[in-house]
Design a protein around this ligand. Structure first.
Ligand code: FRU
Length: 549
């Protein structure tokens, strides 16, 4: 409920203050004494964005673009607890009506229905309000997995990049924490990564706590530069390094595209390594202390969001390869000596569809290489947009085509399964009869193997949408060329994870996967189909528990 009276010292100075350097002619403002944790902000996609400023004692604390609206379509919020007890002046360069609707509260607008909104994914991370894209700063430390992410707190579309933050103890239940990094004079907070500096090479950990150190891109019209921030309280609050930027390479590459530093500790060479996308590929930099970086080498053919990691082949710890990775999930397999990546095989792709800009976690306690990808999935009509896809474990296996990257949901996802049903050796008709008990799907995990008897095609639909469409004549699976690891196989195994707005499909143990938006064309429910008789060798159906309380 709106509590207008909470504006203890509020005054509204409508359409009168003119401000130098602003494009809009008028600036409106209000002042209030901060007494509550949140400032609730009314927004609408129907109005233009304008600039909002927060000032404390005449000093600008925050500046961002927002579509403030007197008739809001939905509400976003910002955490103003750091300003508690102080007089906050809010300036807005347009649309005075919206200013009057802003109010403070101990809860966010819509708190009571949070995580139960109509299209809220039930077992995937989504942000409470606003927009998310890439996962950032994925790192494990002291019992917590950290998920930072590209975030616009003020609107359901991309703008104002901040680093949002959530933590999890089990990779599936997430708790959203306050924003970690706010835009500053160097620019918006674009993608990056985080490490724990256990040996305090950076010197930030003067208190005896190993600092958590983030490397991120600050992006402004002047260019994209790489910066460092650190936290001494497990990622809850962050300070930016006074020597930022630590890399400013745009003029060397004659481009604005230098971004998304992924940093990790390279034990063999005893140094920090950064993979950074610059211009036409991924560069490698090294550092003794996370602050002084030296350019070492470059591999062309990648765009955005690099990653570089070592994996055993077929689980054999003495036979390893390095994987160089780009935002689209294309990768090369090769060797890495601490300074240079030498491709030996590639490029390949193990997934297609909604996944983009995925990153792997640093410092997992059991050494698993766990990846989380941005799910480019629309959340129609919601006060939030986009999502994270399920964490998957990446492995390397030998196939008849060579070594390939496999991706499969982490075992922790199994804990979300309710008791289900398991059946074997079914006809299409019998399988469809069983699936009739799940008319509106909700959130489900379905595992199935079906055997094609006589090429050419078979599949599974949900409400007219192709979950699986396998054409063994053209070897196409949902539009992608697919060659099974066992190349003469006539069977297909699928692990299907259906949430309210998304579907993820992992084929043949993770040899290939794809993610898509749920776009029902009708209400016909699940349907196996085939051009010639098939046998459903296995069908397991598990309702999935919600991760939200
Ligand atoms: C990838 C990306 C990154 C960039 C970020 C900005 O989705 O374009 O390259 O850092 O998004 O939000």
């Amino acid at each position: 409920m709106k509590i207008v009276c909470l504006f203890l010292a509020m005054f509204l100075c409508a359409s009168c203050v003119h401000q130098g350097g602003q494009s809009a002619g008028t600036v409106d403002s209000l002042s209030l004494t901060v007494t509550k944790r949140y400032l609730n902000l009314p927004v609408s996609q129907q109005v233009e964005r304008s600039e909002m400023q927060f000032l404390l004692n005449g000093k600008t604390e925050r500046t961002f673009a927002i579509r403030l609206a007197a008739n809001p379509e939905y509400w976003t919020f910002c955490d103003i607890s750091p300003f508690m007890g102080q007089t906050l002046t809010i300036r807005y360069s347009d649309n005075a009506g919206g200013l009057r609707e802003i109010y403070q509260g101990d809860t966010i607008n819509g708190q009571s229905g949070l995580y139960r909104e109509r299209h809220r994914p039930q077992f995937h991370f989504t942000t409470r309000r606003g927009w998310n894209n890439d996962p950032n700063g994925l790192v494990y430390y002291d019992g917590e997995y950290h998920l930072f992410y590209q975030h616009n707190p003020y609107e359901r579309e991309w703008e104002n990049m901040h680093w949002g933050h959530a933590v999890s103890r089990d990779l599936v239940h997430w708790e959203e924490l306050p924003v970690a990094l706010y835009p500053d004079t160097l620019g918006m907070m674009f993608s990056g990564s985080a490490v724990v500096d256990f040996d305090n090479t950076s010197g930030f950990g003067a208190t005896g706590q190993p600092p958590m150190v983030a490397a991120y891109t600050a992006a402004s019209p002047a260019g994209q530069v790489q910066c460092i921030a650190y936290s001494l309280d497990k990622g809850r609050t962050w300070a930016k390094y006074s020597g930022n930027p630590v890399i400013d390479s745009g003029s060397e590459w004659n481009t604005h595209d230098t971004r998304d530093p992924k940093v990790f500790r390279h034990a063999a060479s005893g140094q920090w390594v950064m993979v950074l996308n610059e211009c036409d590929g991924h560069s490698i930099y090294t550092s003794p202390n996370l602050l002084r970086w030296t350019y070492r080498s470059h591999v062309t053919g990648f765009w955005e969001c690099p990653d570089l990691f070592e994996l055993p082949v077929n689980n054999n710890p003495v036979d390893t390869r390095w994987v160089l990775y780009g935002a689209s999930a294309s990768y090369m397999i090769g060797a890495f000596d601490g300074n240079t990546f030498t491709p030996q095989q590639g490029k390949y792709c193990y997934t297609s569809g909604a996944l983009y800009a995925a990153q792997t976690l640093n410092d997992t306690p059991d050494g698993r290489r766990i990846q989380i990808g941005w799910g480019r999935i629309q959340q129609p009509g919601m006060p939030f947009n986009m999502m994270m896809l399920l964490p998957t474990e990446l492995t390397l296996s030998t196939t008849p085509n060579g070594i390939r990257l496999f991706s499969y949901p982490v075992k922790e996802v199994d804990n979300l399964q309710e008791e289900g049903i398991q059946r074997r050796l079914l006809s299409v008709e019998a399988a469809n009869e069983l699936l009739k008990s799940y008319p509106n799907a909700g959130s489900l995990r379905i595992k199935t193997t079906f055997q094609l008897s006589h090429a050419t095609s078979a599949g599974l639909k949900l409400d007219g949408q192709d979950i699986i469409n396998y054409d063994l004549n053209f070897n196409r699976l949902n539009g992608n060329f697919y060659s099974p690891p066992e190349m003469t196989s006539m069977a297909l195994t699928a692990d299907i994870l259906i949430d309210l707005t998304s579907i993820e499909v992992f084929i043949d143990g993770g040899a290939f996967s794809y993610a898509m938006e749920r776009t029902p064309l009708n209400t016909t429910g699940f349907r196996f189909w085939s051009s010639h008789p098939i046998e459903v060798k296995n069908l397991e159906i598990y309702p999935m528990k919600s991760i939200w309380k």
